[in-house]
Design a protein around this ligand. Structure first.
Ligand code: GLU
Length: 502
């Protein structure tokens, strides 16, 4: 029987979750669901210098908002916890001791100054310093010192790290599910630190130990970890464990196409690169949630940033994505992020939603603007304006005149729309309105009859009327506006305009 598929999203809580990290979580989620497997959330917080308060909760909240709910993990239960690495220190210690005992790891006592000096010396000779087979004999470690010397240093409290002893005779054969086969000469690798002087494991050790103990079958992560893959394979070998399969995802690129999409790009162009708002002392970074994106639209957009179904289809339900997703269809090259495309996806999702589905968030926007919801009116406004909206807030922006009567009139528009005879024409039209029924069809006909009877062009009534109702020369059809506003409000607005504009 094939091994159970178990994948993990393993972010470090060093700040807000970048949209690239969200995509990594999504691909892990899709891969797990496609294979009836499990999706785990592991918090990799062993680097205390990079720890940021609140980042872990932010990650959990973001996954919840997006609906990428882990089957196991910090905040989500599971039998193999703790899923927070800082709570697993003893476990890592035990495993690094195992590597020391088997001769796959060694103590290193070199101070930062000594290592700097070694680096500087190598540079003088136009070489790059690597702590490995070529240099370890001349450095201060348990391989170059005698057993007694090493023991004495440990006993007198000299700080040390534990390094992995890379077997330089090896040729490491890698097989990445996206990149294919890669061959690495182990002699070019460095003896990475596995355990730090602060008693914490490094990423490399903790990551391998946990992936093993948590039964991870596939490691799906960002391209930036590809250079670590050989080291990780060697670590699995040293422990005598079967390594998971690896898949390294391509970068998400800047809208301009070159380089990795960064928070700065978002600031520059005004689009979010984080799923939710992230507040720091420097300010608030935008979030997709607060900007009004639908979580399913964001996921759909991210799904296609690096993966394709092999067809032209762009809108996918989550069920379809799960069904169609495969790592074979993830591309090797970076995917250019497009803010316009992100908006386009939201527009598409907005169109798919019914008025009833949109109403709660629309009424949220109303409340934020100090307007008491009015379900009958609100539904009419949403129905009327949704087609052109990318976001729910656009509906309010386009339709706020339904809620707030104009008290001033756009100057340019007034110049164009309000003529000497406008007062008289509108005055006469009010008489028509007084005895008219208020459906858009009847009002439409009433306007047509009025211009014929008065022998005036349509603009003579249409423009000042629109200005009176909207305050500007924008918005949907005037009869439609009048029907929604109702007789009383329509006439009040016309009278007000006559009063102000004369
Ligand atoms: N903690 C690593 C990160 O923040 C995880 C890398 C991996 O998935 O192995 O990206």
């Amino acid at each position: 029987m094939a091994k159970e598929v178990r994948v993990r999203f393993a972010p470090s809580p060093t700040g807000a979750l970048h949209i690239g990290g969200v995509r990594t979580a999504l691909y892990n989620y899709l891969f797990a669901k496609h294979n009836n497997g499990k999706f785990l959330l592991r918090i990799e917080d062993t680097d205390q210098t990079r720890y940021v308060e609140g980042a872990e909760q932010y990650i959990i909240d973001s996954l919840k908002w997006l609906g990428l709910t882990p089957d196991e993990g910090v905040g989500f239960g599971g039998d193999l916890g703790s899923y927070r690495q800082s709570e697993r220190k003893e476990i890592y210690k035990q495993y690094v001791d195992e590597l020391l005992a088997s001769g796959n790891a060694y103590y290193a006592f070199d101070t930062a100054e000594e290592l700097d000096a070694a680096r500087a010396k190598a540079e003088e000779n136009k070489e790059t310093f690597i702590y490995n087979w070529s240099t370890r004999g001349n450095l201060k470690n348990s391989l170059s010192l005698t057993e007694d010397e090493t023991k004495a240093l440990i006993e007198n409290g000299t700080p040390y790290v534990i390094r992995f002893k890379i077997d330089d005779s090896r040729t490491v054969l890698l097989d990445d599910m996206i990149r294919g086969k890669i061959t690495i000469d182990a002699a070019t690798l460095d003896d990475k630190v596995l355990f730090k002087s602060d008693g914490m494991p490094t990423y490399h050790l903790a990551n391998i130990v946990d992936d093993h103990l948590m039964g991870i079958s596939h490691v799906i992560r960002g391209e930036e970890w590809l250079p670590s893959m050989a080291l990780h394979e060697l670590l699995y070998d040293a422990f005598g464990w079967e390594a998971p399969r690896f898949a390294h995802l391509p970068l998400i690129l800047k809208p301009e196409g070159k380089g990795k999409l960064s928070k700065r790009d978002g600031d520059k162009h005004g689009f979010p690169v984080f799923p939710m708002e992230w507040k720091t002392e420097e300010g608030i970074a935008k979030g997709y949630k607060q900007e009004g994106y639908f979580p399913d639209a964001v996921l759909n957009m991210l799904a296609l940033l690096g993966w394709n179904s092999g067809t032209d289809q762009e809108i996918f339900t989550m069920e379809e994505l799960i069904q169609l997703f495969s790592l074979e269809k993830v591309s090797k090259s970076g995917a250019r992020f497009s803010p316009e495309k992100a908006t386009w996806f939201n527009h598409q999702y907005l169109q798919q939603k019914s008025v009833e589905e949109l109403l709660p968030s629309f009424e949220e926007v109303l409340k934020e603007n100090g307007i008491e919801p009015n379900p009958v009116l609100d539904a009419k406004v949403v129905e009327l304006l949704k087609e052109r909206a990318n976001f729910v807030k656009d509906i309010f922006e386009q339709g706020q005149f339904f809620y707030i009567a104009p008290s001033t009139y756009d100057e340019k528009a007034a110049k164009k729309a309000w003529k000497d005879d406008s007062k008289e024409i509108l005055g006469k039209f009010v008489e028509v309105l007084n005895s008219s029924e208020f459906t858009s069809e009847i009002l439409h006909d009433a306007m047509a009859e009025f211009v014929t009877a008065q022998e005036i062009g349509f603009g003579k009534i249409g423009m000042p009327l629109r200005l009176s109702l909207v305050g500007a020369l924008q918005g949907p059809d005037v009869p439609v506006i009048m029907a929604i506003l109702g007789k009383e409000e329509t006439i009040a607005r016309i009278n007000k305009a006559i009063e102000v504009l004369g």
